[in-house]
Design a protein around this ligand. Structure first.
Ligand code: PEP
Ligand code: MN
Length: 262
């Protein structure tokens, strides 16, 4: 039996397909609000935006932190669309809870069992990304930490694993998606942005994600990728995101899935 997870008004089940889109990081009102509006108009039913970023370099942009909260509130008031952001530490729960409809646990924190247990105490869905070197069984056990603390609403998100491949940021493991759909009841999403690190691969890999049974996508979009403060090299611009949404539709109908409403 497939689990159904509701994120605010968005119903994730075997007949729906949910697109989460937005910038890697919230940078400013001028960047975030128009991006949120654009992706929502094009059919994304959840907006994403990084508030606390886990960057490899300590001197890289770490996210606006608490300064982003007012921008998220403004976005939600004007668009009435649910919002997801990564939580990197349990001490952020009180700050994020009033504005997030789903907590994202990032690849680097998939093994952070204290964070997972803490998120299990709340009734807010959790999107759990795969650790970039995690076995599928370790990933599923990480999800079980959230569930066994009381929160059943867990979505798994494949975001690519480390391999020997050079030109790709990661290797998007779509066989893991098909495996999870065959052997578990979790909704499974795919993040082709981090999964490939290359904008020209996002449309083909998104179609492949639909074909292998994914329940949704998480995609990074920026109005001006060259100027982005994080992950600009992999962001879709508005035009490419519009094209992605147009090109997905026939694949969704072949798989008997409809874009979720939000
Ligand atoms: C993100 O979605 O912005 C992110 C940092 O992803 P990941 O945890 O998959 O690297
Ligand atoms: Mn990113």
């Amino acid at each position: 039996m497939d689990r159904t997870v509701n994120i605010g008004p968005v119903n994730i089940n075997k007949s729906t397909f949910t697109v989460i889109a937005g910038p890697c990081s919230i940078e400013s009102e001028e960047q975030f609000l128009p991006t949120a509006q654009f992706v929502h108009e094009k059919g994304a039913s959840l907006v994403r935006g990084g508030i606390f970023k886990m960057r490899t370099q300590p001197d890289a942009f770490q996210g606006l932190g608490d300064q982003a909260i007012a921008l998220v509130k403004k976005m939600k008031e004007s668009l009435q669309v649910p919002f997801i952001a990564e939580i990197t530490d349990p001490r952020q729960i009180d700050l994020l809870m009033p504005v997030v409809d789903c907590f994202q646990v990032g690849s680097r924190n998939m093994y952070n069992y204290e964070l997972l247990k803490e998120l299990g105490k709340y009734q807010i869905p959790v999107l759990l990304k795969r650790g970039f070197s995690a076995l599928i069984k370790e990933w599923v056990k990480a999800a079980d930490y959230v569930i066994s603390s009381g929160n059943e609403d867990v979505i798994l998100c494949e975001r690519g694993i480390r391999s020997f491949e050079g030109p790709l940021r990661n290797t998007l493991d779509l066989s893991a998606v098909a495996y999870l759909k065959a052997h578990t009841s979790f909704p499974v999403f795919v993040d082709p942005s981090h999964g490939t690190g290359r904008p020209e691969l996002i449309i083909p890999m998104s179609k492949a994600a639909v074909a292998c049974g994914a329940d949704g996508l998480m995609v990074e979009v920026h109005p001006n990728p060259d100027k982005a403060l994080s992950d600009g090299f992999q962001a879709l611009n508005y035009e490419s995101f519009g094209s992605l949404m147009d090109q997905l539709r026939p694949f969704l109908s072949l798989m008997n899935k409809e874009l979720s409403h939000g």
